[in-house]
Design a protein around this ligand. Structure first.
Ligand code: PGA
Length: 256
C-alpha cells in the first residue's frame, strides 16, 4: 500500500548510463533527502540493480522499468513479479511510452498492473497523449487509455497504484517543452473524474498521481506539487546526481 503524504521522487534511468561503472558512480552521489515526507525511488536498468542497491542510500526504494504478468514460462528477457520482488523491487513502471512504442497495449498494461498488485509491487502506470490538438481529441484519447488500462479495478486497488501523467511531447531528448502546470492539472482532474466514474466515489486527492516529462528543477517540482501532483517521474535528470539531489532536497522541505 502507498504510504500517504509522501512526495515521490521517482528516478527512471531508462537505458542509461552506458556502463556499470558509470551506474555505480551515479549511485554513490545520490543523497537521501528527508525520508519523513519524501520517498525516493531508483529505477535503473535491471542489470545494474544489484550493484546500485549496495551503494545508494538505504532509505531509497527500487523499481524495475517493466514487469511480466506470468510467473513462469519460456519468456526470454521478461522479469516475473516474484523475481522483481525478491530482488528488492517494490515498484515497477508499467506502460512507459517507450514500451508502448514497441507494442505494449492497454490490455497488457492492465494485466501487468494486476500482477503487480497481487505481488505487493506498486505499479507506476504511465499514461499520456502524443500530441495536443485544439479540438480536444487528446481528452478522449486519455479517457480511453485510462478506462482500458484500469479496466476491472476496484476502489481499493487504487491504494496500491501510482499514475504518472507523461505527455509524450514532453518526454526525453525529443521533447518540445514540459507541460505547464495548468495542462497537467487539467489531466489530473480528468484522471480523477474518469476513475471516480469507473469505481464509484473516490474522494479527490486519494489517487496518487505524479507528473513526468522534462522535470529537472526544484521550481518545476514546486509548480507540479502546487496543482495536486504527489511527485515527479524524472528521466534524464535522474542520472545527474546534482539535479536529482536538488529535487530530493526541495521535496524534503515541504509537505503535501
Ligand atoms: P525525461 O523523461 O524526464 O527525460 O523527460 C521522463 C520519462 O520518460 O519518464
Amino acid at each position: 500500500m502507498i504510504v500517504p503524504n509522501k512526495i515521490f521522487i521517482l528516478g527512471n534511468w531508462k537505458m542509461k548510463p552506458a556502463t556499470r561503472n558509470e551506474a555505480i558512480a551515479v549511485a554513490r552521489k545520490i543523497e537521501p533527502g528527508n525520508t519523513k515526507n519524501t520517498q525516493g525511488v531508483i529505477i535503473p536498468p535491471a542489470i545494474f540493480l544489484g550493484a546500485i542497491q549496495q551503494l545508494a542510500p538505504s532509505t531509497f526504494s527500487y523499481g524495475t522499468q517493466d514487469i511480466y504478468w506470468e510467473e513462469e514460462g519460456s519468456c526470454n528477457a521478461e522479469i516475473s513479479p516474484t523475481q522483481a520482488k525478491t530482488t528488492g523491487c517494490d515498484y515497477a513502471i508499467i506502460g512507459h511510452s517507450s514500451r508502448r512504442a514497441l507494442g505494449e497495449t492497454d490490455e497488457s498494461v492492465n494485466k501487468k498492473i494486476l500482477a503487480c498488485i497481487k505481488h505487493d509491487i506498486i505499479p507506476i502506470v504511465c499514461i499520456g497523449e502524443s500530441k495536443r490538438d485544439e479540438q480536444g481529441q487528446y481528452i478522449s484519447f486519455l479517457r480511453n487509455q485510462i478506462s482500458a488500462s484500469f479496466d476491472g479495478m476496484s476502489k481499493a486497488d487504487f491504494e496500491h497504484i501510482i499514475i504518472a501523467y507523461e505527455p509524450l511531447w514532453a518526454i526525453g531528448s525529443e521533447a518540445t517543452r514540459e507541460a505547464t502546470p495548468a495542462e497537467a492539472e487539467e489531466v489530473r482532474i480528468l484522471i480523477e473524474k474518469t476513475i471516480d466514474e469507473m469505481t464509484g466515489h473516490i474522494p479527490v486527492g486519494q489517487i496518487t498521481i505524479v507528473y513526468g516529462g522534462s522535470v529537472d528543477t526544484a521550481e518545476q517540482l514546486t509548480d507540479f506539487l502546487n496543482i495536486g501532483m504527489k511527485g515527479v517521474l524524472v528521466g534524464r535528470a535522474s542520472i545527474e546526481p546534482k539535479k536529482f539531489n536538488a529535487l530530493l532536497t526541495a521535496a524534503s522541505s515541504r509537505t503535501i
